[in-house]
Design a protein around this ligand. Structure first.
Ligand code: ATP
Ligand code: MG
Ligand code: FE
Length: 346
């Protein structure tokens, strides 16, 4: 099927078009620069930016794919989870296009779309698989048995998301926003073994209750204390070493728990998605550790890991192919959409 996907859950306005597993267009407009001076995404600013960017982004996607709205078999749109106002812009636009062009509409789950996007790069995902989604808003381990039926949460962060930790640590190091890419670059000049930062929820007593959960807020505080102590002593802060050691602490815990989740569930495929999956050290460490247990690691290319419209189209395409009924035209924008719902029921 030829499916168009619309994504507006956070600060990226994305429109993607796919045919089956083939990506035809992936148009993106980001309001990330408008949030930089606030050090995080401002919901009202994001909603307004979506409103301005959506129609031009839609036009670009159709041109890029060389198709018209009339050619499209179905329209998929992120129904949730995400920022309520931002989601509303995409959902309202999708309804307008669906109504005008008389197309079925699928309101889909943003997290399930992060899982589905990998098919555009590596083909169908062998199921069952474990998916680790790590972004600015989420850090979850999921068991994927049949994506069209929903996913089973295995664990999640109990405080900050992994990307949020990157953003907060970058801010305290004066590196700017978003923090992930700049820490990734800065860390390349540093020694990841130079500072022993804490590995959250990995002590035996924590593992008993939180085997597949994450915690990054203690790590962020440890970095802040370490930097403060240096400054108090009048010593320069070795930004590259701090970045590399912080990044290592995050990647160490993420990969160890993801592989433990695969082994505990007898799963041979680990999929990593979300913006933090773009991290170069995370990719290397995951590959290294998975190889020891014969586990295949799948990570889509960085542009597909961060929020985009193609991921929504990819999930829509999977739902259409599986014969899942479309959503009703009065489908909601659901900022707290649960993981058990892959799409809004018809
Ligand atoms: P949501 O959580 O709802 O998916 P989001 O906008 O936070 O929304 P993404 O766009 O997938 O999600 O990811 C953005 C996050 O990924 C930011 O926190 C950013 O710092 C982080 N990130 C991006 N590139 C890297 C990288 N190379 N290393 C580490 N983190 C990264
Ligand atoms: Mg984003
Ligand atoms: Fe996302």
């Amino acid at each position: 099927p030829l499916v168009l996907g619309i994504e507006t859950s956070c600060d990226e306005t994305g429109v993607g078009i796919v045919r089956g597993h083939t990506l035809l267009a992936d148009a993106l407009a980001s309001s990330v620069d408008q949030h930089a001076r606030f050090g995080g995404v401002v919901p009202e600013v994001a909603s307004r930016a979506h409103l301005e960017a959506l129609v031009p982004t839609m036009q670009r996607a159709l041109t890029e794919a060389g198709v018209t709205l009339a050619d499209i078999d179905a329209i998929a749109v992120t129904s949730g989870p995400g920022l309520a106002g931002a989601l509303l812009v995409g959902v309202a636009a999708a309804k307008g296009y669906a109504l005008a062009a008389e197309k079925p509409i699928y309101g889909v789950n943003h997290l399930a779309a992060h899982v589905a996007v990998d098919t555009l790069e590596h083909g169908p995902l062998p199921e069952p698989a474990v998916a680790m989604l790590v972004s600015g808003g989420h850090s979850s381990l999921l068991l994927v048995d049949d994506l069209t039926n929903g996913v089973t949460p295995l664990g999640a962060t109990i405080d900050d998301a992994a990307g949020e930790a990157f953003d907060k640590v970058a801010r305290l190091l004066g590196l700017g926003f978003p923090g992930g890419p700049v820490i990734d670059r800065t860390a390349k000049e540093g020694d990841r073994r130079s500072i022993a930062f804490p590995r959250g929820l990995t002590a035996p007593k924590d593992l008993a209750a939180h085997r597949f959960d994450f915690s990054f807020s203690g790590l962020k505080t440890a970095v802040a204390r370490w930097v403060e102590a240096r400054e108090r002593d009048g010593e320069p802060v070795p930004i590259a070493d701090v970045s590399a050691s912080f990044q290592e602490a995050v990647c160490d815990v993420l990969t160890a728990k993801a592989i433990d989740a695969c082994r505990a569930n007898g799963v041979g495929t680990l999929l990593i998605g979300g913006g933090v999956a773009a991290n170069s050290r995370l990719r290397v460490l995951a590959e290294e550790r998975a190889a020891k247990h014969g586990i295949e690691v799948r990570v889509p290319r960085p542009q597909l890991c961060t929020d985009n419209g193609a991921m929504v189209a990819a999930l829509g395409s999977r739902l259409v192919a599986a014969g899942v009924a479309p959503s009703r035209l009065d489908l909601p924008a659901d900022s707290a959409m649960p993981l058990t719902a892959v799409s809004v029921a018809g």
